[in-house]
Design a protein around this ligand. Sequence first.
Ligand SMILES: [Zn+2]
Ligand SMILES: [Zn+2]
Length: 146
Amino acid sequence: MKSFKTILEEKGIKPTYQRLKIFEYMSRNIVNHPTVEMIYEKLLKDIPTISMTTVYNTLNAFLEKGLVDAITITGTEMRYDFNTDSHHHFLCKQCGKIMDIEVTCPFSEGKKSQHGHRVEEVHGYFKGICKDCLKDVKNSAEESSP
Ligand SMILES: [Zn+2]
Ligand SMILES: [Zn+2]
């Protein structure tokens, strides 16, 4: 497997210590779909000199080079995804968790055009209440019933 340093170098990104740390964080938190703030706050403990701007600029560079994907499912913030394969997301409106979901879609099966348009990206956003929150709703309903 290629080292993170090699991956960045191959994309023309100078592998500074901070950039490597950000890349490493993304690779370890693949299910989190973190925001710039979340990454900044976590890394601040290890790298007190890191700035929010550095995190933001680094993620932008990763995005440009296709090393991460950006998800705008919440409509108010940018979330980053280390998994750059075409896949869809589910947002829980109660706890705010963003999860990958598998949905059969002709575009993930290799379809490349629609109505004569060339499709280059596919983002499916599904919203609702996640199974964990549904459990909580059910439990509290049972508790309060006489
Ligand atoms: Zn939830
Ligand atoms: Zn994802």
